[in-house]
Structure formats: C-alpha cells, structure tokens
Ligand binder design. Structure first.
Ligand SMILES: *[C@@H]1O[C@H](CO)[C@@H](O)[C@H](O)[C@H]1NC(C)=O
Ligand SMILES: *[C@@H]1O[C@H](CO)[C@@H](O)[C@H](O)[C@H]1NC(C)=O
Ligand SMILES: *[C@@H]1O[C@H](CO)[C@@H](O)[C@H](O)[C@H]1NC(C)=O
Ligand SMILES: *[C@@H]1O[C@H](CO)[C@@H](O)[C@H](O)[C@H]1NC(C)=O
Ligand SMILES: *[C@@H]1O[C@H](CO)[C@@H](O)[C@H](O)[C@H]1NC(C)=O
Length: 404
C-alpha cells in the first residue's frame, strides 16, 4: 500500500472505533444532541428562517434568523447580527438552549430580530458559485475576506430584508476581528451599526502569552511553508473528519474525560461553568477553517501588529505600496463598542482588550466578567450565560437607540 493512502485510512479507522465506542455506551445523550440548528430552535419554541446571500467574490453564505421570541409574532423591531469565532458557526449562539440560556433565544425573547452569521468555509457556508470547496483555491482567504465580503453582504441583506437603516452587532473572538476590519477597511459600513458588543474580540494580540502554542507560533513561517507545500488549504483537511471523530470519541465513552481535559486546556482551565451534556453537541459542529486564517492570527501574535496579510516584502510593495502590511486602523472606528473579557482567557488576553479600549474612539464599556476563572469559551458555553453575560450585555445595549 502506498504511504499517502495511510493517513486517510488511519483516520477512518479511528473514526470507526470512536463511533463504535459511542454506540456501545450512549445511554446518556441529551435529546438535543442530534438536532440541526433549526430543529433545536423549533423544539425550544422559536421560529427559525434560513437565508442565503452571495458575496461579491462568489461565496454562498447561509444565515439563520429568529424573527421573534417564543411568545411573539411578526418581526421584532431591532435587527442584530451575531457572528461566531474561529472554528465556530451559528450554532455557537444556540446550543445553550439545552439549558434555556442561549444568547440567540434570549435576545429574540426581548425585542431583537436575531440573525446568525456564518463565515465562508464553515458547515453552513461551504459553497461557492464557481469554486469547488474540495479544492485549494476555495480556501485562499483569511478573516480579512470574511470581514469585507461576508459580513458586509450579511449586513446589507439584513438591512434590506428588515427595512431598517441600522442594526446591532455581537461578535465572539474572530467575530470581533471581522468587525474591526470591516469598519476600518470599509468605513461606509460604520453608519449601519447602532452599537457593537464584542466578546473576547481578537484584534490586537501582542500580549498573547499562551505557553502551549507560542513555540509553534514563533515557527509559523516554517509551518506555513510545509502546509503550502502539502497544498492544504482547509484545516483540518477534509480527509480527516475531525468533527465526526471528536463526536464519536467525546460522547459517553471513557475518552470523554480526555475530551474534557483537552477542552479545559484549550479554553484556559476549568471555570466550573461547563454543562457536561454539551460536549458531544459542541463536537458535532466544529467546522473547518482556512489554514490562512490561522496563519493570519499567528502573524498578529508573532509581530504584535493587527495588520493585513503579509505576502513578503516584494509582493507587499505591489499590493499595499509598502514593504510591511498596513495596520488596521482601530482609531477610525466611530461605532460605539462595548468590550467583554475574561481573566482566564488564554487566547485573547486581558491586556490586549484593555489596550483596544484605550485606542478605539467610542469604547463605551470595558467589562470584566466577574468569575476570575472565566475562559474564552465560557462566552458561548457557560451554564450561567443568562446571569453573567446575556443580562449585562442587553442592559448596556438597550441604552443605545436606533435613531431613525
Ligand atoms: C428548560 O426549559 C424547559 C421548558 O420550560 C424545562 O422543561 C427544562 O427543565 C429547562 N431546562 C433547564 C436545564 O433548565
Ligand atoms: C411566554 O408566555 C408564558 C405563558 O404566559 C410565560 O410563562 C413566559 O414567561 C413567556 N416567555 C417570555 C419569554 O415572554
Ligand atoms: C490567493 O489570493 C491572493 C489574493 O488575495 C492572490 O494574490 C494569490 O495568487 C492567490 N493564491 C492562489 C494559490 O490562488
Ligand atoms: C508569560 O507567561 C509566563 C508563564 O506563565 C510568565 O512567566 C511571563 O511573565 C508572561 N509574560 C508576559 C509578557 O506576560
Ligand atoms: C463529517 O461527518 C458528518 C457526520 O457524518 C457529516 O455530516 C459531515 O458532512 C462530514 N464533514 C465533511 C467535511 O465531510
């Protein structure tokens, strides 16, 4: 057997083993686990619509919409776009319905017309009018393109459909990155936002100090060369169905303890706020990203500059007219922005969020979550989401009026 057949084979074998394990011992799976996003919403009493938009560069983006709450009718008056982070999808704002706490449901019940975004490449947006998502060319993008094309197209579609002039915005992690980029690169979008609440937004990353990943990040150029030579555009590569593998493993098998440990390590420790039944549910929805998105984050961390993509000096000169890639201009963003951050976040570090607040002109709130063990993933998965996040966010948001 040729060696390049071995890795996919091994991955299929592991996946099979993990599925078997999960079937043998799946007594304790929560009924929401197997549902699609619209099924979850409908089961919990919310209306769910699906919308499609096509970006200027041809990506087909799917959005989910909750036009009103459980007891409501028609369409709520205040449109809001919720944008997920890296390795995320619309599900991030919905899965906590398992314990009646999702941010999407909460806002729909309180007067907001909730729209859930999906970045190109994720499970809902793995399509293009021309390009094949199984080919390298489809994956030649970073969060820069997600911001200036995907988020722009979603915002325009929301305003057109709702007939409003402005919308609200919530973004988690990379959902913050793309907000900064859209508003600095395409300033005409600033007037379309009433206000933004950014949860652990990844913008400035010069204070990133995650000892687990920093050694790899310092070797980013070497890794990037290897990945490019292997023609890997999608991460994890398609032949390895990461989500399915983890889903099989992290369900009620003994491996779930390893999964929990891994989750805690990645998130930044055990905050004591994780709902155990959620694990397999989360695993089901981990989508792929473009390898370039990850390299762009590595570039931000390694150089300490929240900058456009670095092509290398020669091509930078052609593309940007300078040898170094230009920085995104945070100072130019006039939208009122509230920043939320956690002390135990080991992906977006507190010092960077604090620094951002001192740079953007309208930082209306710098809110540290009260639990000192609050991590990067508690923003979407905490059991105490309603009390600790949803309430403070909506209270502040309701002080801003859409003035048309
Ligand atoms: C969520 O709400 C449903 C219906 O009101 C209720 O039956 C269920 O016990 C709640 N779940 C939790 C974890 O609070
Ligand atoms: C919906 O109506 C029920 C019954 O009147 C009430 O108990 C519940 O609190 C309402 N929920 C919301 C979100 O308004
Ligand atoms: C990827 O896109 C950039 C422009 O953003 C272009 O310069 C480059 O040639 C593209 N690479 C491939 C392999 O298509
Ligand atoms: C980074 O973390 C290490 C270990 O936790 C600590 O010793 C070091 O002072 C930190 N560096 C910065 C710049 O915060
Ligand atoms: C991974 O497996 C799941 C479950 O079988 C499937 O729904 C999904 O489409 C697969 N993902 C890819 C990228 O093939």
């Amino acid at each position: 057997m040729r060696s390049d057949n071995m890795i996919p084979l091994l991955s299929e074998f592991l996946t099979l083993v993990s599925i078997c394990l999960s079937i043998v011992s799946c007594q304790d799976i929560h009924p929401d686990t197997e549902l699609s996003i619209t099924e979850i919403l409908e089961k919990h009493g919310f209306p769910a619509e699906t919308h499609e938009v096509i970006t200027k560069d041809g990506y087909i983006i799917t959005m989910q919409r909750i036009p009103h709450g459980k007891n409501g009718t028609g369409v709520n008056p205040k449109p809001i776009l919720m944008m997920h982070g890296l390795f995320g999808s619309a599900e991030n704002y919905v899965v906590a319905e398992m314990y009646n706490s999702s941010m999407a449901g909460y806002f729909a019940d309180r007067g907001y017309d909730v729209w859930l975004g999906n970045a190109r490449g994720n499970i809902h947006s793995r399509r293009h009018v021309r390009l094949d998502p199984d080919k390298y060319k489809f994956w030649n993008f970073s969060y820069h393109e997600i911001a200036i094309y995907d988020v722009a197209a979603m915002v325009d579609h929301i305003l057109k459909t709702s007939g409003k002039k402005k919308l609200y915005y919530i973004g988690h992690s990379q959902g913050g990155t793309v907000f900064y980029i859209l508003n600095s690169m395409r300033p005409e979008y600033q007037k379309k936002f009433v206000q933004a609440s950014l949860l652990a937004p990844a913008g400035l990353m010069g204070n990133y100090n995650n000892t687990l990943t920093l050694p790899l990040i310092r070797r980013r150029k070497m890794i990037e060369k290897m990945v490019n030579n292997a023609k890997i555009g999608e991460f994890p590569p398609k032949w390895f169905n990461f989500s399915q593998f983890l889903y099989g493993s992290c369900t009620e098998t003994p491996l779930k303890y390893i999964c929990q440990g891994l989750y805690n390590t990645l998130a930044g420790g055990d905050s004591g706020e994780f709902f155990p039944h959620l694990m397999p549910h989360i695993m089901r929805f981990i989508p792929s990203v473009a390898a370039k998105q990850m390299f762009h984050f590595m570039q931000s961390i390694d150089t300490g500059c929240f900058c456009q993509w670095d092509y290398g000096k020669k091509k930078n000169q052609e593309v940007y007219g300078t040898a170094e890639p230009p920085a995104y201009d945070l100072k130019s963003i006039q939208v009122p922005i509230a920043l939320y951050y956690g002390l135990s976040d080991t992906l977006v570090f507190p010092k960077d969020v604090e620094k951002t607040c001192s740079i953007i002109p309208k930082c209306t709130r710098l809110y540290l979550l009260p639990n000192p063990k609050w991590t990067h993933l508690d923003f979407i998965f905490s059991v105490n989401l309603v009390k600790e996040l949803n309430e403070p966010v909506i209270t502040h948001m309701n002080t801003f009026k859409d003035d048309d």
